[in-house]
Ligand binder design. Sequence first.
Ligand code: NAP
Ligand code: GLV
Length: 326
Amino acid sequence: MMPKSQPVRPQVLATYAMPQAVVEQFGQFADLTVLDGVSDQEQVLARCAGHDALVCTLMNRITPDFVARLPASIRLVATYSVGFDHVDVAALKARGIVLVNTPDVLTQATADVTWLLLLGAARRGWEAQAMLRQGQWHGWEPTQLLGADIYGKTLGILGFGRIGRAVAERARGFGMQVRTYVRSPAGNGLADNVHLCGSLEEVVQESDFISLHLPLSTETHAWLNADRLALLKPGAIVINTARGGLIDETALINALRSGRIAAAGLDVFVGEPKVSEELLAAPNTYLLPHIGSATTGAREAMGLSLVRDVDAFFAGRPLASRVVIP
Ligand code: NAP
Ligand code: GLV
């Protein structure tokens, strides 16, 4: 009797280590090779031969040149992120390569970190930690480490998508009014503390805190520049969990140094993981190393979302999170 032929298992290359449950689930249908955190394009390309899918992260720049040099066997790129500004989607499309990402499953974790930044920046969390840990705390004083009030203030949300809306929901508990702007006509169901403005600039003008949740694109690059920072109320606070490139960092540093804004809470940076010395030295910042989605649950769910789509792709089933449709 002829032996039964085995179904062909897709060959999947991942550039970074992933949670164990994700590795195990890939192993159910694919042969998975996991690199040890490789962001260098040449090193990734050197390992791509013989693979059908590439699982990358936002540390991997998927540029036109990189895409042009991918072997013909690669038919799918799966990014371990919701943001895909590191990927040249037009180049993938031109080569007929599909892109999938990880929306939804990291929304709540990232909204939580937005509030960690907002609270940390407003209440001078970094300075307070440093004072205590460096033995500089000599007791309670009426004028010590005074920060900004949060309760009852106005929060401006720039980018009212999945994460922006989740941040707005949390604002209710802080008695905050929310200002935002949507390009498409507003649907029903806005909470009573959410007010729509006529433009992103109007949101900036009317808010005590602004929080960025826009995707980075040619349209939004350096959107928060010196002119728009000048629209903020004096003493406003800027929060960014979206992408560093949304902000002109030099203009932000100048606004912090001059006291024009009271503080900034940032999870993302231009040129990260390198963070500019000027920004590190600027007063009143609360800075985190891009940990928006860094919970066990969210990172596992992100990986499992990619597992489902990679499996579906090679089985010819519809994809849940397809970004590029060649
Ligand atoms: P999303 O649901 O697509 O939300 C983005 C929103 O921005 C959409 O509502 C979009 O509106 C709006 N928008 C885009 N351009 C605009 C413009 N010019 N004017 C007004 N609104 C505009 O994405 P998300 O899941 O909330 O994620 C947002 C971003 O957060 C991601 O792209 C990623 O860069 C970042 N992120 C960071 C972390 C982290 O670890 N720090 C984690 C997750 C995500 P339209 O529908 O009109 O386009
Ligand atoms: C993280 O920054 C993401 O886009 O998922």
